[in-house]
Design a protein around this ligand. Structure first.
Ligand code: GLU
Length: 296
């Protein structure tokens, strides 16, 4: 292994160990949108992950904590909120675990596959695009939402209007994400103008400080940032990819994958998904409906 790769590995490893938050009694800003009692007597035959959860008596969910509207941790209350968090809670509840039995673990994009494969998290809900490369390493239930790659720029910048206007611009995104791969593969800007961090909030700081010109990732994430500072930030151009979000889990745990797909399908059918969307992402974005499950 090259030293550079090793160094990146160590940084990613260290980051994935940070911020393991227990959530207290539901309340305040973190109150679940869907707050029915957790299911009882649940069995998931043949799921090693479910057996581990049962022995522990708690479920450990991998999330993001700096993506408002999706996966966000309130610095004051420590409460998590957002669309991904609600989906994560719904799944936990249907597995038999209420909000007081969930431990959230913040895992950045580049560390997701390792965290899942190592069993550091039972499942992961955090703007995680399903694709064939990742399917070699992890399993995916879903999709439960489809985002598209977009561009976030400073409000007064009219020079960036779409993906073909990025040449000569400093473009920031996150290591191990599909958007950064697309910028590199499609050579949307010069290699020395591609700036990578472990988290999108680091790119956001760089954008506000004028160290970079654009933050690119899923429009759902960018809308959350723009909504927080509408006088400073805006989205530019149309979305230029399809990012179907899946719930990541151990590759070999087909039983848990099937169970989570059942939970998602039921939430599509009974209106729960819509209720969650309307209370979170739907507040700042356009109306949306659920996608079709892949079930592979
Ligand atoms: N959905 C994209 C991905 O999974 C970008 C968002 C993220 O990094 O979580 O790579």
């Amino acid at each position: 292994m090259k030293w550079r790769n090793l160094a990146i590995g160590l940084v990613v490893g260290a980051l994935s160990l940070t911020a393991c938050g227990k959530e207290g009694a539901p309340g305040g800003g973190g109150a679940p949108v869907v707050s029915e009692p957790a299911a009882t007597g649940v069995q998931v035959a043949g799921s090693p992950t479910f057996d581990k959860i049962s022995q522990r008596g708690r479920v450990v969910i991998g999330v993001k904590d700096d993506q408002p509207g999706l996966g966000f941790k309130d610095a004051t209350t420590g409460q998590f909120s957002g669309f991904d968090i609600e989906i994560a809670r719904l799944v936990a509840s249907k597995l038999g675990y209420g909000a007081d039995k969930i431990d959230y673990k913040t895992v950045p994009s580049a560390a997701r596959e390792d965290a899942i494969a190592r069993g550091d998290v039972d499942y992961y809900v955090g703007t995680y695009t399903i694709n064939d490369n990742r399917k070699k390493l992890v399993g995916f239930a879903g999709p439960y939402f489809v985002a598209g790659q977009g561009l976030l720029v400073r409000k007064d910048d009219d020079t960036i209007t779409g993906k073909d206007t990025l040449k000569g611009k400093k473009v920031c995104s996150v290591t191990g994400s599909t958007p950064i791969q697309r910028v590199q593969q499609q050579q949307l800007t010069e290699p020395n103008n591609i700036i990578q961090f472990q988290t999108y909030s680091q790119c956001l700081d760089q954008l506000l400080n004028k160290q970079v010109d654009v933050l690119t990732t899923d429009d759902a994430i960018l809308k959350g940032y723009a909504a927080q500072q509408p006088d400073k930030l805006k989205l530019a151009g149309e979305a230029f990819s399809s990012e179907p979000y899946g719930i990541g889990l151990n590759k070999d745990d087909a039983a848990l994958r099937g169970k989570i797909d059942d939970v998602l399908q039921a939430s599509f059918d009974d209106g729960t998904w819509q209720k969650i969307y309307d209370a979170t992402l739907g507040k700042s974005g356009a109306a949306s409906s659920h996608p079709q499950l892949q079930r592979y």
